[in-house]
Design a protein around this ligand. Sequence first.
Ligand code: GLY
Length: 269
Amino acid sequence: MASVRVDQKKRALVRSVPSSFTNALARFFGQGPTDVELARQQQQAYIQALVDNGIEVHCLAADENHPDCMFVEDQAVVIDGHMLLPTPGHPSRVAEQPPIAEYLMEALKGVQTCTMGGEARMDGGDIIRLGDLFFVGRSSRTNDLGIASLRSLLDFFGYELRVINIPDHALHLTSISSTPTDSIILAPEGYLSPSDFGELPEGCEIVWLPGEEVYGCNTIGLPNGKVLIAKGYPGVERELHARGLETVEIDMSEIRAADGSLTCCSIFY
Ligand code: GLY
């Protein structure tokens, strides 16, 4: 989940991989997954990496009717103890939400929750957070009414929101960028440009990676200072190491085949 600061990552919600995962939506990084067992093993390694790095993980049961259900990030946006339940941008994914919402409402007792109405659409995967500055992708999944709902919540906190147009050859903002720390953005050339992000707060920087490493730009900054990265992106690893950050590498090949990145697979709350 890209809407919490690194220090706020204490608990994560994940959801098991259904046997129907081979029918998951896939348009960008892969041709669709073929090996459900391998995806399950990769998810297990992901969970273990979170646990090993101090995060308490809860896993919801899979929903066979929803091949994309493991990608929980899209279904709920937790910001400083408040929760926005977006209407997901793809119709096949809307009914994934109720068990996730129910679990989080119970886990975050008394949480202030808002929903979206009318034509508003948003996937949580379109949000990244750099400290107290937020970016949202205007994408095939997130429209202006969805962005307006997010803006209302952020206005309540006094946080700034900047909108980035996601190019047609990408799914979400988190598919092509992330904040491994509260002062670094990773972004790929050929997808985004400095003007998309605007002027950053003092001490913050954008680290540009070649377009071939776009998938690797999705990382998870962990509260112990380490960074979870996908295996196979040496430029990402090199740039993080050059900034003194230790990395933990996960093989994401079969999850990537369903256009899923590291952040897609969890909600921090
Ligand atoms: N397969 C993830 C998505 O398209 O939402």
